[in-house]
Design a protein around this ligand. Structure first.
Ligand SMILES: NC(=O)c1ccc[n+]([C@@H]2O[C@H](COP(=O)([O-])OP(=O)(O)OC[C@H]3O[C@@H](n4cnc5c(N)ncnc54)[C@H](O)[C@@H]3O)[C@@H](O)[C@H]2O)c1
Length: 261
């Protein structure tokens, strides 16, 4: 699908990191970009800078998604592009031992559920709601293509580390839904792809110590560094423009395979 100024795009999690880089890339290509995020301050700033709109949304709350999509469509028309970047990366072991007392504590169900609600169910809610609207649009490619959806899983969907049970389960769900949703939407000319990033330099990494960052980078075979958010955005662009990419998940990780810890 050709990216141009007639395209409306919705990017979740675009107030920061990978989503922000994607929103900037899409705007630079001329697309009309709606930023859906919980962070109104930063999301509003990014929207102003790229000439897009900010629509406050919590992807775990259907009413808030509906309101945000209504606002985005009123400004730009129905989206042909959805990029799901909203997510959280919690870390907690299944069983932890308290240092002082030796007490054994089970992973709380609430934080596991929260990761799945945001990363997996939030992604699916966005997919189904956007796809239903895209399906009513006129086709714009010679094959009858109407739209493209890109999701963000993680390499943790395949090689989750110690403490990543909730995160890996949520991202494994995103990986798992990619093919069946692409099949569901094939009759409407909507493609569905997932990117599994390795280690990317986003605000997630801002707080970490220099030597820890270097150790992480040393584990990436080539190039031995954190990925740049723009490199994620470049892959989103390639996916949008290449009509044969569908129903697949792509690792974007410099050949990194995560070790247990
Ligand atoms: N940075 C990495 O190395 C890396 C690696 C693998 C996967 N990922 C995934 O990529 C995605 C983006 O990560 P990032 O590094 O850019 O993170 P980030 O924290 O910089 O950005 C995430 C954005 O999602 C928004 N968000 C969180 N919960 C939300 C909710 N309920 N509703 C709406 N918005 C919400 C946040 O406000 C934030 O703006 C995440 O899904 C993350 O799991 C990141």
């Amino acid at each position: 699908m050709k990216l141009d100024e007639s395209m409306a795009a919705v990017v979740t999690g675009a107030a920061s990191g990978l989503g922000e880089a994607t929103a900037r890339m899409l705007a630079a290509q001329g697309a009309k970009v709606a930023i859906l995020d919980m962070n109104a301050e930063r999301g509003g700033e990014v929207a102003r800078e790229i000439g897009g709109v900010f629509c406050r949304a919590d992807v775990t709350d259907e009413a808030s998604i509906d309101a945000a999509l209504g606002q985005a469509r009123a400004a730009h028309g129905i989206e042909r592009i959805l990029v799901n970047c909203a997510g959280i990366a919690p870390g907690k072991r299944t069983v932890t031992k308290k240092r002082d007392t030796g007490e054994l504590i089970a992973h709380d169900v609430a934080s596991f559920r929260r990761a799945v609600e945001i990363n997996l169910i939030g992604t699916y809610a966005m997919i189904s709601k956007c796809a239903a609207a895209m399906a009513g649009l006129d086709p714009v490619t010679p094959d009858g293509g109407r739209g493209v959806i890109v999701n963000t899983a993680s390499v943790a969907a395949q090689d989750g580390q110690i403490g990543q049970a909730a995160y890996s389960a949520s991202k494994g769900g995103v990986l798992g839904l990619t093919l069946p949703v692409a099949r569901d939407l094939s009759g409407f000319g909507i493609r569905v792809m997932t990117i599994m990033p390795g280690l990317f330099h986003t605000p997630l990494f801002e707080g970490i110590a220099e030597d820890y960052r270097k150790a992480l980078e040393a584990n990436v075979p080539f190039p031995s560094r954190l990925g740049r958010p723009e490199e994620y955005a470049t892959l989103v662009k390639a996916i949008i423009e290449n009509d044969m990419l569908n129903g697949e998940a792509i690792r974007l990780d410099g050949a990194l395979r995560m070790q247990p810890k």
